[in-house]
Design a protein around this ligand. Structure first.
Ligand code: NI
Ligand code: MN
Length: 232
């Protein structure tokens, strides 16, 4: 199984048979290795997971869902409601935070994330989420956008986490220092920094994050550029 990083918070889980997308962000994502949503037309997509309703997480979901009208879209309930106002007709699951959705192939648990919850500029408000995805005997934690919060300590209860994706860009989320603390709580096998860029508001140095993780022996850090992946 490959867990591919596509830049920002966009993660693609590719098992032997299936593909699941978390926070697909292509349009306007200058870190992304994929040119347009059409890239996913011929994939065996079985799930689109959206952590919260900001453009850099939710924006391309409508277009990708339209390519695969039978694929289930999973997100906090109010985000699902917004997607439907944008014309999305796919089957959906909109659990509350803490709830789990189980399909035949995988399960998704929504974990707490503390972050602004406005869904685009719709006036809809939704508690943002992180997710723990279980598939083929592996567990992947994607923190979504969150600042450092004690709730992240609970993720350890689902140990072992094979890969944790943690934001390090600060300003809207955890910065490097906070993400290192979070990683120490979770103790995943591998940690991948996300939600940062080489310049601008969320400028951060992923190598510095990796250095601190190694120094503390919290996990094996993997700094991925878009298109690179972790093998499980
Ligand atoms: Ni956000
Ligand atoms: Mn974001």
């Amino acid at each position: 199984m490959q867990i591919i990083y596509h830049g920002h918070s966009f993660v693609e889980i590719q098992s032997d048979q299936w593909t699941i997308l978390i926070d697909p962000y292509i349009t306007g994502n200058r870190m992304c290795d994929i040119k347009n949503t059409d890239h996913f037309r011929d994939t065996n997509l079985i799930g689109i997971i959206i952590t919260h309703g900001h453009a850099d997480h939710v924006w391309d979901a409508v277009a990708i869902a339209a390519l695969h009208p039978q694929v289930t879209v999973i997100s906090p309930g109010p985000v699902i409601k917004w997607l439907q106002t944008q014309g999305m007709t796919n089957p959906t699951h909109g659990p509350s935070i803490g709830g789990t959705v189980a399909t035949d192939q995988y399960s998704v648990k929504l974990t707490p994330a503390t972050h602004d919850g406005h869904v685009m500029n719709s006036g809809i408000y939704s508690q943002p989420a992180g997710v723990i995805v279980s598939i083929d005997g592996h567990k992947i934690y994607h923190a979504g956008d969150t600042w450092l919060t004690m709730d992240i300590q609970l993720v350890k209860e689902w140990w072992p986490i094979d890969v944790a994706f943690l934001p390090i860009g600060d300003y809207y989320t955890m910065g490097i220092q906070d993400a290192v603390i979070a990683c120490g709580w979770i103790m995943p096998t591998t940690v991948v920094p996300i939600h940062y860029s080489p310049s601008g508001t969320i400028k951060a140095d992923p190598i510095e994050f990796a250095r601190l993780i190694m120094l503390n022996k919290f996990a094996v850090p993997k700094v991925l550029t878009a298109g690179q992946y972790v093998v499980l």
